[in-house]
Design a protein around this ligand. Sequence first.
Ligand code: G16
Length: 542
Amino acid sequence: MIQTVPTRPFDGQKPGTSGLRKKVSVFRQPNYSENFIQSVFDVAKAAKGSTLVIGGDGRFHNRTVIQQAIRMAAANGYGEVLVGQGGILSTPAASHVIRKFGASGGLILSASHNPGGPDADFGIKYNIANGGPAPETVTEAIYARTREINRWMTVDTPDIDLDTLGTVEVGGMAVKVIDPVADYASLMESLFDFAAIRAAVADGFTMAFDAMSAVTGPYAIEILENRLGFPKGTVRSGVPLEDFGGHHPDPNMVHAKALFDLMMGPDAPDFGAASDGDGDRNLIIGKGRFITPSDSLAMLAANAHLAPGYAGGLKGIARSMPTSAAADRVADAMGVPCHETPTGWKFFGNLLDAGMATICGEESAGTGSDHVREKDGLWAVLLWLNILAVRGVSADTLAREHWARFGRNYYARHDYEGIETACADALMAELKTNLAPLPGAAFGPLTVATADSFSYTDPVDGSVSTNQGIRILFEGGSRVVFRLSGTGTEGATLRVYLERFEPADGDLDEETSAMLADLIAAADRIAGIARHTGRSAPDVVT
Ligand code: G16
């Protein structure tokens, strides 16, 4: 029996860079999650009998919202729900399941790399039938709907058993509890040279993978240990926990410090990697060599043909605007286009669907390809393993050879977290108004070449996205970008992206912080960071 529950709109249910992300306490308010899910269904208008995929990263509150969403899907006319066993589906696995089974879309419950637990963060995002995050037109429509919603629909049925594989019925709709790992693991096996990696492992190649007590644990254990033959224990923190063991499941040098220290120390294995809360981000560290996400994109693109899934070459490369231009040089050398999009994986969807790009990447540790429509942490790790196994070199050697051919883009991101929203907005507004006189101005040894606020026109559907960050380009190819994060849940986060290009015959083996010192000083002078935020140093440097 369908029930219609009266409700009233909440303020601020606006999806950010990656869905609706708020504190758990916010999601726990009566009607809150239901309002958002109903708004998604009202906008998606899936044909009666459609399939919906539901899964999440296993964080606190995951199971509660999954049960709510299943009942609401039944009341809203869906014919079938595919849900990962235990409520688990990594973001890339969900994308694959949506595509493989022709679903009309999916609800992915995650706040990605944000911490989890009763006092931490939760999130809901909607992915469309191509498996990718809903584009801005859809998220704007969902937001508009949340502001006028007056009812949500459900059925009066008990919770289902999420832990047992098989099919049950909820209000006349079939709910299939599926193995969250199997389809994804087979997809990986179809793309990569597992035999070459297995041979390298048999030859003594070692690695450490930190699943950060988040969703990738079961995927990494199945693929790395069971299928590729890495010894048990290669996957660390491999059991998904509701609070990620109290840590931030953010695979960077700060939050994956134990792995970082291991890889820089005397007992380092040959290769180190980590993934985030929902399995779409990656961290790549060779023995004694951290690989920046921007470099990783460029190095993977340059060598992707060594993996069977990419043996035919690349149709194009795409990167988000703040990501370094290292990939552009690879695209140039290959004679393929390199597209520059705003931050957010959703902007790659059209390029991938139209066959204009094969590999995409972002400075925020996301890399992926046209195999799904999300960034994919384990995919990046496996492509690295495939390339190293076939080439028989270390990650450090591969990086040095890459720079010696293409030059090196020294890169860092400085984050100022939890600043007052009004201060952050004032900083960005002032920066934007002061752009015109910047070209020609000197900041120490740096001279500004161009300065603008980044706008993007989607080459496929012509949609325009404005205010996507401030770019200051200096003569010689160095750059500073300023942008406010779209994924935080407290105050505002200012991101300052710093990039210095050294040509192939330049200084390729220097300390990044020293190489970026002039840019850091210029960034503060241009934006008045200390003046606006009262901070003299960033909270996080990655
Ligand atoms: C999300 C998007 C990414 C994007 C990132 C930016 O990541 O999916 O495509 O690069 O946000 O974050 P911010 O706006 O904070 O800079 P995730 O992993 O949180 O889904």
